[in-house]
Design a protein around this ligand. Structure first.
Ligand code: GLY
Length: 438
């Protein structure tokens, strides 16, 4: 059987889950992860890839990645996070003859430019909220004027156009809050850059959930739905985070809803991207609001979610590497996706204080006590002197399954409690919304 060397780019829980899943494939030759984390070393070799000399910027790094791909005879590069995709790594590598799982720069605008995504959805009548765009040097002032004088409907959602690590979306319940939010954008250099254009949207009522599809541009294969928990506090309170836990499938997206998502959102989006000349290839993350009028798009993402990836890949029975190779070779129609009938729950262990300030370097213990039936994916960890230490806000994701959602949750929390470090924090209500619905 042919074997293929694979390079994964990224260092979080998502990339650890990708490494775990790809390492189970009989098609895998050698697996490299750059930079990876202490967890990914179990499945492949972590490698540092950095530009030669003191050159900086995305192109210099792409060049170093390309040299590594040639040197190690990599067949497939899997890009975990959004930034390199939005910066154009797929185009850079593909024009030099390499295969990349992830969309082109133009297609990654579905995530990289909220104004592009809205424009596409409005043009092709893909269900989403009503919105208005403000651009140019006076965008912030113009939006402030509009909110102060013309807007009659609160709450509104204010979004910066570009990537902002989850910090570029504000829900303003009234004029005072909207002024506070615009002030935050004005005072944050990175946000101001992302807010070269701004969008103000109607607030959608409903329950949020996500659907993921692997696509080669024409054909798509649905994975199951999942629900993330973005806020730090129980009951969805407090600050936004990268995601504090997830479960799959999400009962709010039953079979009928999934078909609606396919018919009214997924295939129309893929068709629209083809018609615009930017066929989308890779994994498409549909962030949805399930409203009383049906599913509507909150956002598109051009990669797997984190921590959603940690529940989706353990639920995938098919060979991930085979699916990814079929995607880059435009042969997805020859594959099928088989998902486990079980339920999956992921709880994120975070450093106390996250998403604000927190301490790094705290010793983690108890992972060796976790049952073989559960999985532990690393995010913010590092090894030193034979010890495992915390090294980030989100530290570990613990994943377990069960024949129903309740048992998946119970199995997961039983394992979470075995892992300790000073000031560890996790939400105790992951999956509670799904339980209420099911
Ligand atoms: N968990 C949310 C995201 O990956 O964007």
């Amino acid at each position: 059987m042919a074997q293929y060397n694979v390079l994964i780019l990224g260092s979080g829980g998502r990339e650890h889950a990708l490494a775990w899943s790809l390492s189970r494939s009989p098609l895998l030759g050698k697996l490299y992860i750059s930079p990876g984390n202490p967890g990914t070393t179990v499945h492949g070799e972590n490698v540092a890839i950095s530009p030669a000399g003191d050159t900086t910027g995305p192109e210099a790094w792409f060049e170093a990645v390309e040299a590594f791909i040639r040197d190690k005879e990599i067949t497939l590069t899997v890009v975990g996070p959004e930034q390199p995709l939005v910066d154009g790594i797929t185009d850079y590598l593909e024009t030099r003859g390499h295969k990349v799982f992830g969309p082109s720069k133009a297609a990654a605008r579905l995530e990289g430019s909220k104004t592009f995504a809205k424009w596409l959805m409005h043009k092709y009548q893909i269900p989403t909220s009503e919105s208005m765009e403000f651009s140019g040097e006076t965008a912030l002032d113009d939006l402030e004027d509009w909110l102060s004088v013309d807007n009659q409907n609160w709450p509104v959602v204010i979004k910066a156009d570009g990537l902002a690590s989850g910090k570029g979306v504000f829900i303003s319940r009234n004029r005072t809050e909207s002024l506070e939010h615009l002030g935050k954008i004005r005072n944050d250099t990175a946000l101001r850059k992302a807010a070269g254009k701004l969008i103000v949207e109607e607030f959608m009522e409903g329950e949020e959930a996500s659907v993921f599809a692997i696509t080669d541009g024409r054909n798509a294969r649905l994975l199951i739905s999942a629900q993330d928990h973005k806020r730090i506090g129980e009951g969805d309170t407090g600050l936004n985070t990268g995601g504090m836990g997830a479960y799959a499938p999400a009962p709010v997206i039953d079979e009928r809803m999934l078909r609606l998502v396919e018919d009214t959102i997924l295939y129309p989006t893929l068709g629209a991207m083809q018609l615009e000349g930017h066929a989308y290839r890779g994994v498409l993350y549909l962030g949805l609001m399930i409203t009383k009028d049906g599913p509507k798009v909150v956002e598109y993402n051009c990669r797997f979610g984190d921590p959603e990836c940690q529940v989706l890949l353990p639920a995938l029975k098919s060979d991930l590497l085979e699916l990814m190779l079929a995607t880059v070779n435009f042969e997805l129609d020859k594959t099928e996706v088989v998902m486990s009938g079980e339920h999956f729950c992921c709880v994120v262990l975070a450093s106390g204080g996250y998403p604000e300030t927190y301490t790094r370097g705290l010793e983690i213990s108890g992972i060796d006590k976790v049952s073989d039936d559960a999985l532990v994916f690393h995010s913010g960890t590092r090894s030193a002197d034979g010890k495992l230490l915390t090294n980030g806000g989100r530290v570990l994701s613990v994943v377990a399954s069960g024949s129903d959602l309740q048992s998946a949750i119970d199995n997961c929390y039983r394992e979470v409690k075995k892992i300790t470090f000073d000031n560890a924090y996790y939400r105790r209500d992951i999956g509670a919304k799904g339980l209420r619905r099911s």
